[in-house]
Design a protein around this ligand. Sequence first.
Ligand SMILES: *[C@@H]1O[C@H](CO)[C@@H](O)[C@H](O)[C@H]1NC(C)=O
Ligand SMILES: *[C@@H]1O[C@H](CO)[C@@H](O)[C@H](O)[C@H]1NC(C)=O
Ligand SMILES: *[C@@H]1O[C@H](CO)[C@@H](O)[C@H](O)[C@H]1NC(C)=O
Ligand SMILES: *[C@@H]1O[C@H](CO)[C@@H](O)[C@H](O)[C@H]1NC(C)=O
Ligand SMILES: *[C@@H]1O[C@H](CO)[C@@H](O)[C@H](O)[C@H]1NC(C)=O
Length: 815
Amino acid sequence: MACWHFTAFLYTIFHAVTFLKFSSGADTLLPNQTIVNGQTLISQSQIFEVGFFSPGASANSFLGIWYRNTPDVVCWVANRNYPITDPEGVSLAIARNGTLVISSAGRVIWSANSGRVASNPILQLLDTGNLVVVYEAGESSSQESYIWQSFDYPSDTRLPGIHMVDDPDTGTEKYLTAWRNPDDPSPGNFSYRIENHGLAEMVIFQGTTKKYRSGQWNGLGFTGISPSLRPRYKSDLKFKNDVLVYLSEIYDSSIVERITIEPSGIVQRYSMNEKKDKWNLLYSLPRDPCDNYGQCGPYGICSTDKTPTCECLKGFAPKAQQEWDWSSGCARIRPLNCGDGDGFIGVPRVKFPDMLKFLLNTSMTIGECQAECLKNCNCTAYANPYITDGRSGCLIWYGDLIDIREVPEADNKQIVYIRLPVSELESSNNLEKTKRNKKMPRKVRLILVAAGVVFFCFICCVTLVIRRLKRRARRKNEDLELPLFKLSMIAAATNNFSCGNKIGEGGFGPVYKGNLSAQEEIAVKRLSKTSTQGLEEFKNEVILIAKLQHRNLVRLLGCCIEREERLLIYEYMPNWSLDYFVFDETRRKLLTWPKRFDIIMGIARGLLYLHHDSRLRIIHRDLKTSNILLDANLNPKISDFGLARTSGGDQNTDRTKRVVGTYGYMAPEYAIHGKFSVKSDVFSMGVLLLEIVSGKRNRGFNYSNHHHSLLGHAWLLWQENKDVELMDECLNDTFVESQVKRCIQVGLLCVQRFPKDRPVMSSVLFMLGSEGVVLPQPEEPGFFMEGSCSNSTENPIPSTGSKKGSITITELEPR
Ligand SMILES: *[C@@H]1O[C@H](CO)[C@@H](O)[C@H](O)[C@H]1NC(C)=O
Ligand SMILES: *[C@@H]1O[C@H](CO)[C@@H](O)[C@H](O)[C@H]1NC(C)=O
Ligand SMILES: *[C@@H]1O[C@H](CO)[C@@H](O)[C@H](O)[C@H]1NC(C)=O
Ligand SMILES: *[C@@H]1O[C@H](CO)[C@@H](O)[C@H](O)[C@H]1NC(C)=O
Ligand SMILES: *[C@@H]1O[C@H](CO)[C@@H](O)[C@H](O)[C@H]1NC(C)=O
């Protein structure tokens, strides 16, 4: 504020003394002043700045608006298509009639006006980032007094207050277009816009080809976006005849955020950090492979938690022979009957198919909608597009259904009914067969409904009783869905748990190698007997965990519960664990860069599955190289997941008294306060990343020039822009520099001190996998100040067994 007063003061002085001279630092420009190269207007609270700049390596100059604290982030460019080749003679002025003019050496390069003529105009840069021409100096700053504003001409960035518009009535369209490349702000091929065919959705286009769509607006949000991902800022939406035509955000000076479409076509949302000097990436679109337009082809449905991610809708089968080729999508198993004998199957919680050929009627009921669909043989599906209370409407699709994805947390009213021949419906369990709806008298309908309710209750009771009986029977027969192994058998397989068969020791107990037969090798984890969990709960947990299946998780084959023993039986991994390779002088050479990158991506996918995609949200709590096992082809598999649950760890609270983990991998808030969350796993993931890239352990390595750990070392190199030096030398022949740099940057983002600054796993995976995405700048890592020799708690740490001495498993009582 003081600064502003001072600036205002200077401004007054200048005007009193010299006319026609413009002082940098003011936020307004008068008709008799100009801005030349090097001079700028600064918004009142010092947030935005407007002036001439040259992007990247370009020699051309443009008039742009940027953030004063991060001048590299330009959010608007005036003369995108008219580069200034000679920045020396350039000037910006406002004519007396209110027209903005950029001229160079007397030649007009660019001008802008709204057609309205002003009487005594001024140009002003507002704290919102809007550059406005005010009709008359001194007039109150309201929208009406602006005869021109930059917010009406968005570039590649949407700030709160900038509208995206698609109004079919007036033909008005406003959208973002990406820069051609980082050196050239002229409009490139990618755009991000609101598309409106009676139902609005957000779309990323490359030229006229769709790359991503958000799914239709359903009254609460877009059908393809999970409710938990809905924005925290206040949207500003305008509807015309019930149709969303205009989308913006309400400006709030305490939230500095922006949405930018990058030259690579990826839309990113950023938030300014508290110190207001760096940007954190909140999300990118597309978020995952299922967001890519038409990923699974016609009649395919994409879900990130399945492998492969594509499946056919019920009643359809893949067209192509090869399992991996989904571009041609799926085809009907049995043809439609068209006349009588077609029905529908409801598919809930999905992003609705794209509206290529469709009919929308906002007053039809869902019953009328179905009847309308059955009338036309080209109709393939229908739905009520609105999920808001009691609202009816009808959307009918003709022809191919494309770009459907699962949206796990979506409202379960979000159902699309897919048309199938009755024969197909009958063969499907989930059938929701629908008779042609003949009008019945109201009374009959009521009676039927009542009868239905009674019948339903009856069925419920019967199922409950049956379930009880079954459970009882199960208790007797120990008839678990998971194979139960006999203790005698496991004892025989492991030489009676002999020391020679012991292959490791984890936080929850020792691990033995066993041979069930000559071919079948297993790994047996013997849980320590500290568990307080009841037998029934233990079994339930194990069954749940056995259902977690992902190619990057070690598979649980079964368990054994006899007497005091609780054993978990896993598939055996012939190549042991990652630490056995990555930290070994000779074996490390087997891990070339492409292999290491594969391993990193695999671990990230496995962890994403545990955190977000599986039915249970599992926080691993002890992620480290020795818990990453390698199969015969060196594919990574996470082990020890879910153990915190089965061993009775207190998984329901996010604070635990019993800290299980390994120093060097534990996030500060977990090691010190016992607080864990998905973000403490992300910290461990970051350590893993840096260890895999560098081939060095986070702890226990001494550097000649400082006393920090690997994290500290990486941070110091990063700050000096020498990050690539972190890389393991044995990768010199195989590495891809951009990938290595990306891995290091993502690693540093993961190990940031504050959990809220660390990305979630979906962003980690996205950032690792996407070339050309601008990554946020990391803050100092947690444990940086502590160095490598001091422990991070004031309490002494009792540490329990470790085989090689290199692994430290610790348990401690937090303060
Ligand atoms: C410039 O404009 C200001 C405000 O309209 C006015 O006070 C001043 O006299 C003008 N100076 C010249 C040289 O026209
Ligand atoms: C405003 O003035 C400028 C320069 O004096 C001129 O080029 C332009 O045509 C005028 N615009 C209107 C709308 O009168
Ligand atoms: C834009 O698309 C056209 C045609 O598809 C292509 O020739 C051109 O290279 C693209 N430009 C950019 C900047 O990608
Ligand atoms: C919508 O459906 C209703 C009922 O079938 C019909 O009366 C109306 O004309 C339809 N509206 C449009 C725009 O087709
Ligand atoms: C169905 O689609 C075909 C080809 O697109 C078209 O020729 C035909 O008229 C359509 N039938 C109806 C009833 O709309």
